[in-house]
Write a protein that binds this ligand. Structure first.
Ligand SMILES: *[C@@H]1O[C@H](CO)[C@@H](O)[C@H](O)[C@H]1NC(C)=O
Ligand SMILES: *[C@@H]1O[C@H](CO)[C@@H](O)[C@H](O)[C@H]1NC(C)=O
Length: 302
């Protein structure tokens, strides 16, 4: 056996690189008037109301737009905000590859998402200040690369919300900001950390970093949540709390603090607070912490 596992992984990665086609990334539009059925849009035929805010959802590894959290988050956004359009991004073909290849393809996928946004901004009257990208896991890096792409043309996204952005192959001091989601990819980059030790990020990388229940090995309630795979339970908690934050506004409020312990001891009570489901302003920088319930509804109130 001359070919080691590492070599095999390397070769497989190499073989499958750079294969993302434009048609591998598809877009489905929902509007306030059309909440129930998706309209597939392409760069050629997209019509979006430029005065409404525009939110993109970007899933992670081994997922697609069929995942229930996509429709839950789409509904939560459409019911919370009046003037809003939601575009579900489906990049399941590259995302279904084995992890290193999918991770590598986040860049090209981000470029494709960025190029649709560029077209909407340049040709269809969409204001880039109204564009918000929400990415889970590897989708967080896709969002980052879309932001980097737009900056080459002089446009900056208003906001990226990273729901437990993927850590494996993206963390470490040697990973340059150009190769992953970073705080400069949008005016505000909100990083919601729920699985810092396995699939997410332990260190802060956003303009606002929110640590849900501190930096736990597993989220409270996770091993008992029978319907979810225990391995990804903490990672998935990021979109569950975000959906709750939109549905029950004011119940998931994080406090700026130097540590989770400081929050539990009440030493940060006078500090700035942010609502997970709210808008974020420039001055709300730094690390924030919040404690949640161990199951839905996760919010403990203000
Ligand atoms: C846009 O084009 C795609 C692909 O050709 C098609 O499936 C979709 O229905 C079109 N959407 C609209 C709004 O015309
Ligand atoms: C956006 O708002 C402006 C000013 O209120 C209006 O003139 C314009 O028609 C609106 N555009 C769309 C696409 O609704």
């Amino acid at each position: 056996m001359f070919v080691s596992l590492a070599t095999t992984v390397f070769l497989l990665t190499f073989i499958s690189l750079g294969r993302v086609q434009k048609t591998d990334v598809t877009f489905y539009l929902f509007t306030s008037e059309n909440r129930e059925t998706a309209t597939e849009i392409t760069k050629e035929n997209a019509t979006v109301d430029g005065n409404s805010s525009l939110v993109f959802l970007i899933h992670g590894w081994r997922e697609s737009r069929e995942k229930p959290w996509y429709s839950d988050l789409t509904d939560a956004l459409l019911y919370k905000f009046d003037e809003i359009n939601v575009i579900q991004v489906d990049w399941s073909k590259p995302a279904l590859q084995f992890y290193p290849a999918a991770a590598y393809d986040t860049k090209e996928t981000g470029n494709i998402v960025g190029s649709l946004i560029l077209d909407l901004v340049v040709n269809r009257g969409v204001n880039v200040e109204n564009v918000h990208l929400i990415g889970h896991s590897l989708g967080g890096h896709v969002a980052g690369f879309a932001g980097k792409y737009l900056q080459k043309f002089g446009f900056k996204l208003s906001k990226i919300t990273a729901l437990d952005a993927a850590g494996p192959l993206f963390r470490g001091f040697w990973v340059l900001e150009a190769s992953r989601l970073s705080k400069t990819d949008a005016e505000v980059v909100v990083a919601i950390h729920t699985d810092p030790w396995k699939f997410g990020y332990l260190v802060s990388f956003g303009s606002v970093d929110i640590y849900v229940n501190g930096r736990p090995l597993i989220q409270p309630g996770c091993p008992d949540t029978a319907e979810l795979n225990w391995l990804v339970c903490s990672h998935q908690r990021s979109h569950q709390v975000y959906i709750d934050a939109l549905q029950k506004f004011g119940t998931l409020v994080a406090t700026r603090c130097w540590s989770y312990l400081g929050l539990l001891f009440g030493w940060c009570q006078r500090n700035k607070q942010v609502d997970l489901g709210g808008e974020f302003k420039y001055d709300e920088r730094g690390e924030y912490y919040l404690k949640t319930h161990f199951k839905k509804p996760y919010g403990l109130g203000p």
